[in-house]
Structure formats: structure tokens, C-alpha cells
Ligand binder design. Sequence first.
Ligand SMILES: *Cc1c(COP(=O)(O)O)cnc(C)c1O
Ligand code: SF4
Length: 340
Amino acid sequence: MPIITRSAAAVEGEDWQQILAQAFRRPQELLEYLDLPLSEMPERLQACQEFSMLVPRTYAALMQSGNATDPLLLQVLPQATENEHRPGYITDPLAEKDTNIQPGIIHKYRGRVLLLATSGCAVNCRYCFRRHFAYGDNRISRKQWAEALNYVATDSSISEVILSGGDPLLLQDDALQELVTLIEAIPHVRRLRIHSRLPVVIPQRLTPALQSLLSNSRLQVSMVLHINHATELSDALRLPLQALRQSGVTLLNQAVLLRKVNNTLGILSDLSERLFEFGVLPYYLHLLDSVRGAHHFDISEQEAVFLYRQLLAELPGYLVPRLVREEAGKANKSPINLDR
Ligand SMILES: *Cc1c(COP(=O)(O)O)cnc(C)c1O
Ligand code: SF4
């Protein structure tokens, strides 16, 4: 079994929790670190109040100094425009409240349940559709896992458990092991999926312990990374992802189409090619959910389709993610109609 080397797993002897503890939490610090002017500070602080800023230094290190329109920076730096309310942009665009059937469980997809394993993330993305989600009501403790999984155990149509959040990889490895063991005990569950952005912002999260717990599971494991730009695939991610893949974990990516971040043909095709280089297949390309405070990231469906058609012409089919939108009340993601 390949082992993630110590040098790839730890930079300057820091583990992922230490890196997370030292994350930038104030726009001022991040702007200073990037040598950017503080001129917009009052508005930024105001935008921060509803949904705080959180940016690990390992992620900030991938940004270009002095560039106020860096595509990574735009994803995480609060903007004054977040406070402008636009019609159609609402707090719960996917109506998850209705499918949030008991604390910690969302059952809206057939055969699959989402288990909200944690309430937080290692980075706060400004476009996040869960930025207003009632995480407070969903803070499930380790004791409540058994209860939530009871629900899974009583419904034999469920063959896949998706660990979501928040970010499930915020759980420490021993807690994650405990959770996976509980899931493995349910005979009709065959697959385990982890949706996470944590390795993207802190590659050190892909520890040898995580790799071995996933590779030793009886479940078929996949990990869906949330990577929006080729620059997010840093060299520090290369070896740990390779090791995961070699231990049998299927690696997929879902990206969100974001204005000024990745809405050009060049950026999208670079992303697909670099993902493949890292052993990750492009899976979904999402249109933005209409969440309040994120309208400035949105592009029209027409523009998205125009871009997507170019992508189809540019890349081999296996590097073209599915262009989809998530719609409230639908039991699957809706493919975007390309013939209009
Ligand atoms: C879409 C989505 C799912 C379900 O995805 P499928 O691949 O269609 O089963 C699960 N979790 C998250 C976070 C998603 O966005
Ligand atoms: S990591 Fe995912 S869930 Fe967390 S803030 Fe970013 S987009 Fe939202």
C-alpha cells in the first residue's frame, strides 16, 4: 500500500489542525498579507458580519500578491455587494429545510443520503449555497451519529452514504473512522462518498491515517473535491491525491461556474486538464445556486451554455464535466438544456 510521504503530508512540521487554527479570519490581515490596499475595509467588515471570513494560509499562499482580482481571492474575500439584496436570491435556494428530515440527515436523492457530519468548513466560500443554513440545528454530536444512521439502517433503498457538511474532513481521523465503522455495519450500504473542499485549501489534511482508513473500508469509496480553478491544484496536493487513487478511492471534482473566477474557456479547460493530471475526473460543473449575497458571481444560463459548447469542442469527452443546476424539490441535478 502506498504511503503518503511525511514531506508531502507536513509542511514545516505543521499538521492540518494547526494550519486551520492559524487561518486568516479578518479581511485586513489577508489584504495585508497580499500587499493589497485596505481602502474598502468598512464595507468588507460589514459583509463579514453575516458570514465570517475564513481563509487558511495554505490557500492564501496560492494567491498572487498585489492582485485584487485573483480568482482564488475573489472566492473568499467578503465584498460589499454581498449586502445588496436582489430579487430571486434567497436564503435557502434549494429548500433543504424540507428535506432535512432529522438532525444531520438530508434525504432528497434516491438511494443516497447526505449525512451532515460537521457544521463548519475550513474555508468560507462567498458563493456558498449553505451560507445561511441552520447549522446550529444540525450540530450532530458523535452520540447522535448512531441515531442518524438508524434512519439509514431502516431504509434498505439507501445504498450510498454521502458525508457532507460543512466539511466532513473537519472530523479528526479517529472520529471519521468511528463514523465509517458505523456506516459499514449497515449491510445495504455499499458506497461511501466524501464531498470536501478541505484538501484543496489545506492539502495536509490528506494524512496517511485518512488514506489507510479509506482504503481499508469494505465500502466503495469516492471523494468529490470542490475545485474551481487550476491554481487550486497545488503541487502539495499531487502526491496525496495520487496515493489515495492508488489505494482505490475514486476521485471526482465538482466546480461551480463563477463570474470573474472561472467563466472563460481557457480557465475551464486548464482546470479539466490539470484535474486529470492529478488523477481526478471532472464530474459536475454547477450553475450558481441563487443564494442571497452571491448574485455577483452569477452568469446567465445563456452565457454558461455558450461557454460549455466551446468546452465540448475543445476537450475529449471524459474531461468535460456535466453542466447542471440544482433545483429545489428535484431528486437529481438538472442537466442544462444545450439546444436553445
Ligand atoms: C449533487 C450533490 C450530491 C449528489 O450528487 P449525485 O452525484 O448526483 O449523486 C451530493 N452532495 C453534494 C454536496 C452535491 O452537490
Ligand atoms: S467549503 Fe463548500 S460548504 Fe464550505 S463554505 Fe465552501 S462551498 Fe460552502
